[in-house]
Design a protein around this ligand. Sequence first.
Ligand code: G6P
Length: 371
Amino acid sequence: SAAEKDGHDWFMRKEILEQPRAVADSLLGRRTPSGSLHLDEMRLDDDELREVTKIIIIAAGTSFYAGMVAKYAIEHWCRISVEVELASEFRYRDPILDNSTLVVAISQSGETADTLQAIRHARSQRSKVLAICNTNGSTIPRESDAVIYTHAGPEIGVASTKGYLTQLVACYLLALYLAQVKGTMYGDEVDGVMTQLEAMPEAVAQTLETAPQVYELAREYADRRAFLFLGRHAGYPVALEGALKLKELAYLHAEGFAAGELKHGPIALVEEGLPIWCIVPPRGRDFLHDKMRSGIMEVRARGARTIALVEEGDDSVDSVSDSIIRLPRVPVLLQPLVAVVPLQLFACQLATELGLDVDQPRNLAKSVTVE
Ligand code: G6P
């Protein structure tokens, strides 16, 4: 009913708007009075964590794209190698696992069959399994050695939104925790990132204010049959997630690419009028930023309509963009938390314009409990 949706047309729209709260709730109570980070569902002791030499993240769908962001954060902050693998592929390639491998399973529902089978396999090979999950007492956390629960609250829309943002938060917390245990970051550095994370609910709320502008774009592009999404670094998985949202909800051909790969193939797809979302990294990372800018120039020179997601105060891509959506200024590793929001709003609105069922897209299920 409309009441359950707080007066919104779709649960998805309600859930997108709930994200500042979901992020805040997922951060709550993680700092001890002494200032160090504390994850209370962690049933692996610090000695076991110090032994970890490799992390393999397994997940499906949107959760997989959260895992891709986690790789950038964990490798940078903890100096541990991270592989990110689709749960459905993991078991069948005879992965190399032992007791110094930590497997991290990310699942909103905690019931995805592919992910569950993957962690069963990992444990049979003596690897420890940590679950990041939004559903208390579901099968995946019950069968894991440790759990970080996200606090998104129930997610009803089939396409994940607040589930994804809170998974990102849990991944950052795990990364910081490992950095603290392994000593790859000083206490005050961990503290500094926690403070940046604690500013994210406000940043997400500020990003939600782009909704009218994004909805206008959805109306403008409602007749298109194909979209591209370009990103680099932590913005690359965001491009993939933006494309997934359009596939799921609007049944469109939508692809995300790492902007550096353009010249290796995707640029051949560009033709007059093709809309391309471009996720521009913060200027702090100049080498990334400038390369992204030249990518935008290249696709625009070939007729693409470029829609740039770019931090406020950065007007360097204005002249090569048909539309600009301003993001709050945040560190590059945390940018996915804000950059994905306009893409969620866009997919939700585009599907609405097309008269489709946003909460129950055809052929999809909220939780896929068969392999
Ligand atoms: C299904 C849903 C997706 C979700 C994926 C993984 O495909 O439609 O929205 O991302 O499963 O679900 P999980 O519950 O394991 O995160």
